[in-house]
Write a protein that binds this ligand. Structure first.
Ligand code: C5P
Length: 298
């Protein structure tokens, strides 16, 4: 086999409950992830040396993506070959449609896709629980990128369990040209007075009943306040997005991408046009969608 292409989705958090920082520097999370229809495609081929090549799709700026061993997809490749005691290397090509440093776990998607792609390219048959463990060691969001759908994340986000979701949800996805550092947002969270940590029961109920109004009401992100503190302009943009047809505006993960929950695809298309007229490019996406999966064997 010459090459394998794996597609992995962006994630959003419908509930992001954050607890006080742990001794290891991470924060305990109780989160509901949803995989949405923005994807990175990762193609791997055998090579004499490891390398990563990144191309932006749909206007995504990839200038900040590291290409050496700091690249999380390359780290995933090294980890998988080490796990199997292999002396093999690969060329990793990433077609990136998920915004970089956008709070949508694009790097995690690339890592998850690389694990699956190399597993298939090299016929390794890595057990799912081993893949999940390798994924967790790469980053808190990587296991979810493998699993996809809608899932509850606990621990530091790496312990994922599928949850019932009977909806087909439409999202306006409003990127921001400037990335936001996840550790910086968590540090700003630490500086804010502690708040009551809610569980995601309301979101879980709305998903199970496919209840749009209830979901709009239940969405919650504990990182919104610290992100808006670091970037007050994001709160302003969120205000601009609050308009008829948008059921609720929410920050995606640690930001800066903003999300608008919309009732139908038609409304989402219309709202995207209006935003474009206002000089604000946006994408539309639906969820839940599948986790990392093979789309091509070459
Ligand atoms: O796990 P990941 O590499 O994605 O985490 C990036 C950074 O985000 C961590 O170094 C930490 O600063 C912060 N983080 C956190 N608590 C989590 C997840 C991430 O503080 N549960």
């Amino acid at each position: 086999m010459a090459g394998v292409t794996v597609r992995a989705p962006a994630k959003i958090n419908l509930h992001l409950g954050v607890g006080p920082v742990r001794d290891d520097g991470f924060h305990p999370l109780d989160t509901i992830y949803q995989a949405i229809s923005l994807y990175d495609d990762v193609t791997v081929t055998d090579a004499d040396e490891w390398s990563v090549h990144v191309e932006g799709v749909g206007g995504v700026d990839v200038s900040e993506v590291p290409l050496g061993e700091r690249n999380i997809a390359l780290q995933a490749g090294l980890l998988l070959s080490g796990h199997h005691g292999l002396d093999r290397r690969a060329r990793i090509e990433i077609a990136k449609a998920i915004p970089v440093a956008g709070g949508m776990a694009g790097g995690s998607a690339d890592a998850a896709a690389t694990l699956v792609a190399l597993d298939r390219l090299w016929g390794l048959g890595t057990a799912d629980d081993h893949l999940l463990l390798l994924a967790a060691s790469l980053g808190s969001d990587v296991p979810f990128a493998l699993v996809g759908g809608t899932a509850r994340g606990t621990g530091r986000g790496e312990v994922v369990t599928a949850v019932p979701d009977n909806g087909a949800w439409w999202w306006l996805v409003v990127p921001d040209p400037e990335g936001l550092s996840t550790p910086a947002v968590y540090r700003a969270f630490d500086d804010l007075p502690p708040q009551e940590s809610l569980d995601p029961a309301a979101v879980l109920g709305a998903l199970a009943h496919a209840d749009l109004v209830a979901l709009a009401d239940a969405l919650r992100n504990d990182l919104e306040a610290p992100a808006f503190m670091l970037r007050p302009d994001l709160a302003e943009t969120a205000g601009v997005l609050e308009r008829p047809g948008v059921m609720r505006v929410l920050l995606s993960g640690s930001g800066p991408t903003l999300l608008g929950l919309v009732g139908t695809q038609e409304q989402a298309l219309l709202l995207r046009e209006r935003l474009l007229d206002d000089g604000r490019p946006a994408w539309i996406a639906h969820g839940p969608v599948a986790g990392a999966h093979v789309v091509e064997y070459a």
